[in-house]
Design a binder for this molecule. Structure first.
Ligand code: FES
Length: 112
């Protein structure tokens, strides 16, 4: 089991913001959308590009509730991980998020 990894204190992770965290060698993108936290594997299912961790500013990659792949422009729903536009057709993995003692945490439950 991967266990839970700290992302940031809730008080420092405001609506509209995002964070990147490595969970057992997997890059994970974490988002605060209107006070709710969501986490996606930060890998585009079209051709494996990093998305939030690609080096561009988050404002260039996030459009409301959508994450945009910088390589060919596929869009993913931040809340579900679903691919919304070609050339991606498969969802990127959505990870569980919790708040523990005021800290936003994520885990990769695929290996449990
Ligand atoms: S690698 Fe993401 S759209 Fe092609």
């Amino acid at each position: 089991m991967a266990g839970w990894f700290n992302v940031a204190p809730v008080a420092e992770f405001l609506p509209g913001q995002s964070r990147q965290v490595e969970v057992d060698n997997v890059m994970v993108a974490v988002f605060n959308i209107e006070g709710e936290f969501y986490a996606l594997e930060d890998v585009c299912t079209h051709d494996g590009s990093p998305m939030l961790s690609c080096g561009l500013e988050p404002k260039q990659l996030i459009d409301g509730e959508q994450l945009i792949c910088p390589r060919h422009g596929a869009r993913f729903c931040i809340k579900t991980g679903n691919a919304l536009t070609p050339p991606a057709f498969e969802a990127t993995y959505k990870l569980p998020v919790r708040i523990e003692d005021g800290i936003v945490q994520v885990t990769d439950d695929r290996w449990n």
